[in-house]
Design a protein around this ligand. Structure first.
Ligand code: CA
Length: 233
């Protein structure tokens, strides 16, 4: 059973969502403004948040940014009545995992929510991620925040670099398929200047540079994907 937080100021919609998602077997809490949501998030562990963007007291985009600074891996599904592309980009840039425009279909919301919860339970986001490179340097990846360290030196990572690295580390010595990476990325914030079909190669290239001297290498397995392995040299 997942513990969900629904943040919505429209009482009718909030009550409807609570009733339906409770009926679907979730444990549901709710908040009617951004400040109430922040208070709940500080005191309680949730598996996912359904967040309206237009909220009183503290705006939804501000709540989303606040969540990303503290709980980077917490899945957030954004709801909004706004339909401008600018708002959509703003929401995704602020760190929404998925996005629905009102009015939405309840079955679609449930499907998106399930997909989001399933992704967040992937092993890449589970326990501690640690690997010892061939040069005996230790690479550690934080399972919740976009942070990693080589011994005690922190490695600067964007959110996408971090999720790619998490996947590679948790599958050390095994091929991670392009689709697997793209499926995880689909749920993540956009990063500017990195779109297009070569995006994955760009990120792999960047990670390779950051892992220089780590004793670890990202091998391109033609037609299949990428694999993290110990360097042999
Ligand atoms: Ca609203």
């Amino acid at each position: 059973m997942s513990h969900l937080l629904i943040v919505e100021d429209d009482e009718l919609l909030r009550d409807g969502l609570c009733a339906q998602l409770t009926h679907a077997g979730h444990n549901v809490s709710s908040a009617s403004d951004g400040a109430q949501a922040q208070a709940l998030l500080e005191s309680t562990r949730f598996d996912a948040v359904i967040l309206d963007l237009g909220l009183p007291v503290v705006d939804g985009v501000a709540v989303l940014k606040w969540i990303r600074q503290r709980l980077a891996a917490l899945p957030v599904l954004v709801l909004t009545a706004r339909d401008g592309i600018d708002d959509r980009v703003q929401g995704l840039n602020a760190g929404a995992d998925d996005y629905l425009t009102k009015p939405f279909d309840m079955a679609e919301l449930q499907a998106r929510l399930q997909a989001m919860l399933r992704r967040s339970r992937m092993p890449a986001f589970g326990g501690s991620l640690e690997v010892l490179g061939a040069t005996s340097r230790r690479l550690r990846v934080d399972p919740h925040l976009p942070l990693a360290w080589l011994d005690d030196d922190s490695i600067e990572l964007t959110h996408r670099e971090w999720s790619l690295l998490s996947l590679l580390v948790s599958n050390l010595g095994q091929v991670v398929g392009r689709e697997d990476v793209l499926a995880v990325w689909q749920s993540e914030p956009l990063e500017s200047g990195t779109g297009g079909s070569n995006a994955l190669e760009v990120y792999v290239h960047r990670l390779r540079r950051k892992l220089q001297d780590s004793g670890l290498a990202i091998r391109n397995v033609r037609g299949l994907g990428y694999m993290l392995e110990l360097t042999t040299a």
